[in-house]
Design a protein around this ligand. Structure first.
Ligand SMILES: C[S@@+](CC[C@H](N)C(=O)[O-])C[C@H]1O[C@@H](n2cnc3c(N)ncnc32)[C@H](O)[C@@H]1O
Length: 261
């Protein structure tokens, strides 16, 4: 069965029961390479949208747990992280996210943690938020950087072929193929055609594609189960002109957007 992170927390009982099998490896090697192997020891690190703190479980992770802070909208994920690493810092942020936290508070500001961070990392978080939310949260996160601090977050370019050696399609097609595994009605060819000229696009519940638009989820609760947003590297560079954009590394499909203070 193919499932996504959100299904582990908001999916069926069967999907939630799979939680223990997931979240046991993070993306330390990815950020380590994207940031040119900095010294992590002695540095404060904020893992924004860090879920259960998989980053700390990564092989070769040299981030010190007592200097590691994880902020997430999923209280249960944080509790799991806290059990594994009680010396780290686990902060619940009850902000609305259409997929991960539909009952959260819209536009809630980041809590004042009273710490400046040497590194702020966010892997696959702004791939699940609306465009204005990304801009708002990136602005708030930048304000938390220590002098010489670095913010690095990932995004997915819909037209980029990350897996060209083993997969004949771009990143959006890869996602649509996964969606079709869960829902055979997903019309991959039609959606791919629709996406051709997209500077950015959002895929709602794996079936509806919105080009250069956040999209809509029209049910009363204002929720969707899955929400994936894709930005071309050119578009993201225009959004954040002073950022450095790097290609995916470590076999991942996600580009990295890096901002230094
Ligand atoms: C796809 S998961 C990635 C988890 C983790 N970063 C990793 O690399 O495995 C996306 C995470 O972002 C969190 N998230 C979504 N919106 C958020 C927000 N506004 N603030 C903090 N976390 C958020 C979700 O709860 C979820 O844990």
């Amino acid at each position: 069965m193919f499932i996504e992170e959100v299904h582990l927390w908001r999916g069926s009982a069967e999907q939630q029961a799979l939680r223990p099998q997931f979240g046991n490896s993070g993306h330390f090697a990815y950020f380590d390479e994207q940031l040119d192997h900095p010294e992590w020891r002695g540095k404060t690190v904020l893992d924004f949208g860090g879920n259960t703190g998989g980053l700390l479980l990564s092989q070769d992770c040299t981030i010190q747990p007592e200097l590691y802070f994880c902020i997430d909208v999923l209280q249960e994920a944080l509790e799991r992280g806290r059990q594994r690493f009680p010396q780290a810092h686990w902060i619940h942020f009850d902000r609305y996210n259409c997929s991960f936290n539909p009952e959260g508070i819209k536009d809630l500001r980041l809590p004042d943690i009273g710490i400046e961070f040497d590194f702020i990392l966010a892997f696959s978080v702004f791939t699940h938020t609306m465009r204005a939310e990304m801009k708002d949260l990136v602005g708030q996160l930048r304000a938390l950087l220590a002098p010489d601090g670095t913010l690095a977050f990932t995004f997915i370019d819909p037209h980029f072929r990350s897996f060209h050696e083993r997969y004949d399609g771009n990143n959006l097609k890869w996602r649509l193929d996964r969606s079709q595994q869960m829902n055979p009605d997903v019309d991959v060819d039609r959606l791919m055609k629709q996406s051709e000229a997209a500077a950015w696009c959002a895929l709602v519940d794996g079936t509806n594609l919105y080009v250069n638009d956040d999209g809509v989820w029209t049910n009363e609760a204002g929720t969707c189960m899955t929400y994936h947003v894709f930005y071309t590297a050119e578009f993201l560079q225009n959004e954040f002109p002073d950022a450095e954009i790097r290609l995916p590394v470590q076999g991942e499909m996600q580009h990295c957007c890096i901002m230094r203070k």
